[in-house]
Ligand binder design. Structure first.
Ligand code: ATP
Length: 234
């Protein structure tokens, strides 16, 4: 579904990504793993047009999206949930969700989308009238992801959804993401939390200093000596 080939990119002349390649197949969960500053967010920003790569190719459903501006990504079916949730704290959960369907003008259609989200995630419905700032971190993250679903994406890109969450909530978050994947969405997830992520990702890439280091199925990387060394200290 998405092919990123030999991508080089950076900020104001400072190179961050060097010849980075990764891809995700339709219906799968792909993880980009790496430590702080490895370039994971920069790779995502390149995919959604927030920064312009210096070289390389990005193909989505067979077509180049290199020169497509970020605001058009939603029309293509690509939705990115940035790190840090970015909900509107003084707005209710329902209003936050409706912000995700800003492209839909028909109020009845927005309501229909909302009902669908509530049917799939009844826990979010329980909170619909609560101000977003009063939710727990895990609940806020789920609402942020659900808001991304309101535009009916085909490819959902998640930047560190487990950041700052307690371990038991992280598990719940990953179950939530799996459920979305089972609904048919293709998912790219960026995580520092490698071991948990590898347990549910179909395929993963380990990157370091903006370069490919390792790739394989979640299971293969979990068994990999280098991964064990880096992430488990074994
Ligand atoms: P983290 O998990 O800490 O977010 P990451 O793997 O997502 O790490 P990036 O956020 O892509 O890493 O950052 C990679 C490098 O790019 C870092 O050295 C960072 O300081 C630098 N960088 C990130 N954003 C900018 C920016 N807007 N301007 C200049 N340099 C930046």
């Amino acid at each position: 579904m998405l092919f990123v080939e030999h991508l080089s990119a950076g900020y104001e002349g400072t190179p961050i990504l060097y010849d980075l390649s990764f891809h995700v197949e339709k219906g799968k969960i792909m993880a980009l793993l790496g430590s702080n500053g490895a370039g994971k967010t920069t790779a995502l920003r390149s995919v959604v047009g927030k920064i312009k790569p210096t070289s390389g190719a990005i193909l989505y459903e067979g077509k180049s999206i290199l020169n497509i501006p970020t605001y058009k990504m939603v029309e293509l079916g690509i939705s990115m949930i940035p790190e840090g949730r970015l909900l509107f704290g003084k707005m209710t959960v329902a209003d936050n969700l409706c912000m995700g369907s800003y492209r839909i003008k028909n109020k009845r259609l927005i309501q229909k989308e909302l009902e669908e989200i509530y049917n799939i995630f009844p826990k979010i419905k329980e909170r619909e009238n609560q101000l977003a700032e009063t939710l727990s971190g895990g609940e806020q993250q789920m609402v942020a992801i659900a808001r991304g679903l309101m535009s009916r994406p085909k490819l959902l890109i998640l930047d560190e959804p487990s950041l700052g969450l307690a371990p038991n909530i992280v598990k719940e978050m990953f179950e939530f993401i799996k459920k979305i994947n089972h609904m048919g969405l293709t998912i790219i997830i960026v995580e520092q939390n490698a071991i948990d992520t590898l347990q549910f990702a179909d395929y993963a890439y380990l990157i370091n200093s903006g370069k490919n280091v390792l790739e394989g199925t979640g299971e293969e990387l979990l068994q990999n000596k280098k991964v064990k060394e880096i992430y488990l200290g074994i």
